[in-house]
Design a protein around this ligand. Sequence first.
Ligand code: ZN
Ligand code: ZN
Ligand code: FE
Length: 673
Amino acid sequence: AQDIAICADCFAELSDPTDRRYQYPFINCTNCGPRFTIVKDLPYDRPMTTMVSFPMCRECEQEYHDPTSRRFHAQPNACPVCGPTIWFIDGPNSDGTIDTPGPHTPQGHLALDAFADAIHAGNIVAAKGVGGVHLACDATNRQAIATLRERKGRVEKPFAVMVSSVEQARQFAAVTEQEAVLLESKERPIVLLPKKHSTTFQAMLENVAPGNDFIGVLLPYSPLHYLLVERTSPLLLTSGNISDEPIVRTNSEAVRRLSHLADCFLLHNRDIHVVCDDSVVRCVDEGLLPIRRSRGYAPLPVRLSEDGPSVMAVGGEIKATFCVTKGTYAYLSQHIGDVGNLETLEALQRNVDHFVKLFRIDVQAVAGDLHPDNLSTRWAQQLASTWGVPFVPVQHHFAHAASLIAELAGPRDRSMIVCSFDGTGFGTDGAIWGGEFLLASRGGFERIAHLNYFPLLGGDASIRYPYRTALALLDKYALPWDERLSAVNASPPSERRLLRRQIEKGINTAQTSSMGRLFDAVASLLGIRHTITYEAQAAMELEALATTMIDHVSPSAYSFAFSSSHPRTVDYGRMLDAICSDVLDGVDQASIAAQFHHATARMVVDVCEAARRDYDVNTVGLTGGVFQNVLLLRLVQAALRTASFEVVSHTLVPPNDGGIALGQAVVARHVVE
Ligand code: ZN
Ligand code: ZN
Ligand code: FE
């Protein structure tokens, strides 16, 4: 089972000076506390957890065996006498080792006080929690955040803040009732909340999540975190890792891998067996949109529509998660990290082995991506040959579609029109897909339409330069590289000459139908952002701007066109031309951004209506990373419903690549059945 946030009863004990667990960071009971992160094997019993090294004192033992106690068979049961301890150190010894806490090491509440003092003094502290080690600093300290960004090499990507209560969150973010419920839920995810104008917290909002309309907020989920924010909040918290590597797990790892990032360390001796990052969600109307499904949700299974063979799916290259099926359940792992570094592959291997052992799974097939050169594909093939089972390659956008179909647990042969919109995925024709309309069921798919191909200059590296995508798109439709456009100006003339030659000769150039790149290009044409420092940055800023004007512009200002070929190609030349004219005419960015969102929603409906005529299918699924854009998601949903479509989107697994392992798994099951 998953880790559950501290319950009200345990919280009462935490703050009751007469209770023997007063201010004890490791309070828990049968209803709350760590599970997934401390379990080494099943059956879920104390000797099978990392609590095995803490023999219970007499009082704890009594509670543990008393059927009337809240702590009857609470495996992580502990108290200050017998349980884990916490301590604070400045850093490792000169030889890199760390001392076990000595007589002069602040422990217990003194360690917590030392933590707060260090935070107040502007330090960055590595703090071991439930599912891993966080890096923490004062969320209101501009200098501390700047230092953290510099050390982590994380220039502008937003961080999350932990606050003491929903009331505190309301001082700087707009919190609906539904969002408040999510913040206080037992899963305690990071909820992306719209920023609110706040004089007290203006600097924090700007430094924590620059250029973003949203800020990630979470409430404390463990007694330890309550004790921390009681002393200092809002607290900036981020995964203790080097970018895209898995979160750090052990004390020695923390000191080894984080000493160049952190000034001091808050450590404890309850071992984390399985790392689990914080989850991230957004609220859409009445539903939940998972962005990162991890602590609190993993490894809760997704219920499948029917029984089938056990398979292991390893997911994609970024935001890697994996998925194993057993019977009618699919167990989707916690967030692991971006494959591409050794640490992530090691973490994948370790967690895959753990899941197979934990759930007693006899794997019949391994699924992975279709791209033959992907690290994750090669790793999956190796895994399959080690286990002596077949490897099933699954096309990326089909995997997105299948993840949505699996989530709905509908009948097996149900097919639907799926808009699978994202940044990058290897297509069956060798091109980079990303703006795909598929007719899909678990058994297979047909590509019914896609964004017209354009050259992706310089392959993956070009993703960091939206202006280059903008230039490629203009060139595609023979639109001039007008120097009055800032997207054109972002490219020095010498580079432009090179790009032009690259396009003509097709050097180091891939053909792509990526919707994500189209959003990037539009952001650059509007002058919003020409280079990015983290994934989807330009698209997020475009969404933020568009949101401000969405109800004040003409929904039909721009339009796409599409062909009658098979598959249909969706053309955006006329729209780009109109956008460029508006930019040159001085129309404000937000209006253009809003009109572009309207046009995209209209295009989806048009293509789906054509597909409905061709295939007599009335359900449309929305998936892929582009649908993390809540403005677009809402517009598309509304427009499709107006056109009498049944619309489905994700509520259990992320629309981004964090969800594709589930899709790969159900497709592979279908294949080996
Ligand atoms: Zn409890
Ligand atoms: Zn005890
Ligand atoms: Fe994707």
